[in-house]
Design a protein around this ligand. Structure first.
Ligand SMILES: *[C@@H]1O[C@H](CO)[C@@H](O)[C@H](O)[C@H]1NC(C)=O
Ligand SMILES: *[C@@H]1O[C@H](CO)[C@@H](O)[C@H](O)[C@H]1NC(C)=O
Ligand SMILES: *[C@@H]1O[C@H](CO)[C@@H](O)[C@H](O)[C@H]1NC(C)=O
Length: 431
């Protein structure tokens, strides 16, 4: 009896060994340690994207021998844009929440002087840590004096913006920002935004808030507040008469046309650390397949809850396989098209395709890559609710792991292992 477990183990080892040696030639390395495959090899299917949105076809949910045509109604433009949802790679499996939100699907709030549309956890349940707003102001139009419970981080898309604030200490800040520049207001700090006339059309920008529940419709606005305070209280507060408030608006203005504002100043002086960062003037870091520009609180000191990487990926190149240790990623696609697979552990993986104006969301620690799927430069923002940008590169990790250990897991040949590069590629050039 005591010998039985031992015998079982021997039999198991022999079975595994038999299985291993019957595997296709070239997949075993003579110097490999004694470990043997305990699972069948992964499929040889390269699982590429089957069509791009430019193609003049009616896409079908067919990949190899799997799937069948659509007989019912079909939204062809949507299916052309989302090849990997309609005909997923066979590596996709299990359940991963929706990680794509095109601002095109957001309700748009139209005002005299501009518009605003938002993405938050209500439309994208995966996106619990951050929310976004895309806002447009005509030249001279104001996003009125307001504040909110969350911090506000912004990236200028087009045109230029004047921003102004008075902080808790009565210190002032006023600046003008251009495309690619940033601003950041800590929670509760009141501010006003105005598009300049540098561009005849005005300006457009992206806002990111460090709370997935944020709603642009529940910010604290000056006109909304004063229209909901009894007028005798207003009179007492400002030491004047009730009729001084005869012409205050009866409801929130939110966005409205105006004329260029004079620069405000405060006897308390200016804030110590600027609320803007001229990221457009910062040089990019060149990479083998593109560029990166990282702006976090190490250089934009006030931005303690939002960090950003602006990434470009050339055609045929790829933001390498990586993850962010503790921070969810809220991404925004500026130009070009991309493909991302989220690996959510426990055999869960799902692939999404992105177009300009789309929001992506990748929870902390989910393995992912961003592939350029078009012929033009792909440019996107990776945004984190964090004071620091951090990522872990799969390749760097494996390059710094003893080769025997890598071989024991992946049965890679010596050349492939010798080729592993311990310097993070960030964006890997074409192979
Ligand atoms: C911002 O923070 C860095 C690192 O903590 C520091 O070296 C730098 O002087 C700070 N910049 C300003 C304007 O205070
Ligand atoms: C890229 O260009 C090639 C050659 O002009 C064309 O065949 C291909 O469809 C293009 N791909 C995309 C994604 O536009
Ligand atoms: C390793 O990667 C770095 C960064 O992409 C690159 O500059 C370098 O040439 C690579 N080394 C080799 C040997 O390929």
């Amino acid at each position: 009896m005591p010998g039985l477990p031992f015998k079982k183990a021997v039999v198991a080892t022999i079975c595994l060994a038999t299985f291993a040696y019957s595997a296709p030639a070239g997949t075993l390395v003579a110097s490999a340690p004694s470990s043997t495959p305990t699972a069948p090899y992964a499929s040889e299917n390269p699982n590429g994207m089957l069509w791009t949105e430019q193609e003049d076809i009616t896409p079908e949910p067919i990949r190899g021998t799997l799937g069948a045509t659509i007989l019912g109604p079909q939204n062809v433009p949507m299916d052309l844009q989302n090849a990997d949802l309609l005909a997923p790679p066979s590596t996709d499996s299990g359940t991963v929440g929706n990680a794509k939100w095109p601002f095109s699907l957001s309700h748009n709030r139209l005002q005299t002087g501009g518009w605003a549309r938002q993405q938050n956890v209500q439309v994208m349940p995966l996106a619990t840590e951050m929310a976004g707003v895309n806002m447009r102001l005509e030249a001279g139009a104001l996003r009125e004096l307001h504040w909110h419970k969350t911090a506000e981080w912004a990236y200028v898309l087009k045109g230029s913006m004047n921003i102004a604030t008075i902080d808790f200490n009565g210190e002032s800040f006023y600046d003008t920002v251009n495309p690619g520049d940033l601003w950041y207001f800590p929670p509760g700090v009141p501010h006003v935004l105005q598009a300049t006339a540098d561009l005849a059309e005005g300006a457009e920008f992206l806002l990111v808030f460090d709370d997935g529940d944020f709603s642009e419709d529940s910010t604290f606005s000056l006109t909304d507040w004063l229209s909901h305070v009894p007028k005798d209280v207003l009179a007492r507060n400002f030491q004047t008469t009730v009729d001084a408030f005869d012409h205050i608006p009866g409801k929130e203005l939110y966005i409205f046309p105006s004329t260029p504002l004079p620069k405000a100043s405060s006897p308390q002086g200016n804030v110590a650390l600027p609320y803007t960062f001229k990221a457009s003037q910062m040089p990019v870091t060149p990479l083998s397949g593109g560029t990166v520009k990282i702006v976090d609180s190490t250089i934009f000191n006030v931005s303690t809850t939002i960090a950003m990487a602006e990434v470009t990926v050339e055609p045929g190149a790829m933001r390498e396989l990586h993850w962010h240790p503790t921070q969810d990623e809220w991404s925004y696609f500026l130009e070009g098209t991309g493909r991302v697979t989220l690996f959510a552990a426990n055999a869960n993986a799902r692939t999404f395709n992105f177009q300009p104006g789309d929001v992506g969301y990748i929870p902390a620690s989910y393995g992912h890559y961003v592939e350029n799927t078009g012929n033009a430069t792909l440019r996107f923002l990776e945004i984190f609710k964090s004071d620091r940008f951090q990522d872990v590169s799969l390749q760097q990790w494996l390059a710094l792991t003893p080769p025997e250990l890598v071989k024991a897991h992946l049965q890679l040949d010596d050349d492939t292992i010798a080729h592993l590069n311990a310097t993070k590629a960030v964006v890997q050039g074409p192979a």
